[in-house]
Design a protein around this ligand. Structure first.
Ligand code: 13P
Ligand code: SF4
Length: 311
């Protein structure tokens, strides 16, 4: 898109936002133009907290489906819009409600902790939701000998098991972006950049997490790069986060970890389905909207509220 067309679209989006008392919440994996037009950019936890406290009538969620659904669950009187309804999540899709229901029959005495990257249906079968920024705290809030099922991310689950000495039963799900980041490429990058800090999202596989200097949510990774005295970072997560890292520390160097493929891009195809044009159309037409039954909202809200209380 030409720069003038882009500016025109930005102006029109801002006008509509004012007219309709709408707010744009964006995740760090969105494209830079969307992050820059958003009222708030954050990780899953901060976005959920922002959705709770907003006074806007309309929430436009520039993120993926489970995030917009979470906003609707937490603030159900608001109209919640998602620029592209196809913006799903491979991790959420790796845990189908019918399969999870069957699985839980084997663990009826267990407390169920679900990572926020799951559908509203999975949340209705959950005792406490967590995100990557509070997962350890949520697990540690339960007694040491508590029996726990953790879903859907096996990488995050096994990371917490190692960190806390727990033995949570793990659902076998993963994120197709983080799960294919290449350990070999990480090791080569560390050799090429001996002074760089390796920072990783906990959805990465265990061998990468084991050698990382810092593991955390997108917001925590960003914060680490701001506070660290280091000038160079090898970043094991989705590419979108680099925009805020560069904005906050323009003189630091950020190297994104490539995937195993010949392609070195690790964009989340679902996050990247949202565009400025779709965002404009969705504000204009107030579609596509996230709609959930009152029953699902009430059931899914309980484990979400438990998480917010513990955060
Ligand atoms: P954060 O909560 O760390 O932003 O992670 C969300 C996500 O989808 C990571 O892939
Ligand atoms: Fe889902 Fe992975 Fe994309 Fe995050 S990066 S939204 S976990 S597919």
């Amino acid at each position: 898109m030409l720069k003038e067309e882009n500016n025109d679209l930005i102006e029109k989006i801002n006008d509509l936002k004012r007219q309709k008392n709408a707010i744009i919440l964006a995740h760090y994996y969105q494209t830079p133009d969307i992050q820059d037009i958003a009222d708030f950019v954050g990780d899953s936890l901060a976005l959920a907290q922002e959705a709770v406290k907003t006074n806007a009538n309309i929430i436009v969620f520039a993120g993926v489906h489970f995030m917009a659904e979470t906003a609707k669950i937490l603030n159900s009187t608001k109209k919640v819009l998602l620029p592209d309804l196809e913006a799903g999540c491979s991790l959420a899709d790796s845990c189908k409600p019918e399969d999870f229901k069957e699985f839980l029959k084997n663990y009826s005495q267990h407390t169920v902790i679900s990572y926020i990257n799951c559908s509203a249906d999975i949340k209705t079968m959950t005792d406490i939701v967590c995100t990557s920024s509070n997962a350890v705290k949520i697990v540690e809030s339960l007694p040491k000998d508590a029996k726990i099922v953790f879903a859907p991310d096996k990488n995050l689950g096994s990371y917490i098991n190692n960190l806390t000495g727990r033995n949570m039963v793990l659902w076998n799900g993963s994120c197709e972006v983080h799960n294919i980041l290449s350990l070999e490429r990480v090791i080569n990058l560390k050799i090429e950049h001996p002074n760089a800090k390796l920072i990783a999202h906990p959805e990465c596989k265990a061998p990468i997490l084991e050698i990382a200097d810092f593991v955390g949510s997108t917001a925590a990774l960003l914060n680490f790069t701001i506070k660290s005295e280091s000038n160079e970072f090898i970043v094991a997560t989705e590419t979108g986060i680099i925009h805020q890292m560069k904005k906050s520390s323009p003189n630091k160097n950020f190297i994104i970890v490539p995937t195993d493929d010949t392609c070195s891009c690790n964009d989340c195809i679902y996050m990247k389905l949202n565009t400025l044009e779709k965002l404009y159309n969705c504000l204009l037409n107030e579609q596509p909207e996230i709609l959930l039954s009152q029953e699902i909202i009430e059931k899914a809200k309980k484990p979400m509220l438990r998480m917010l209380e513990l955060s």
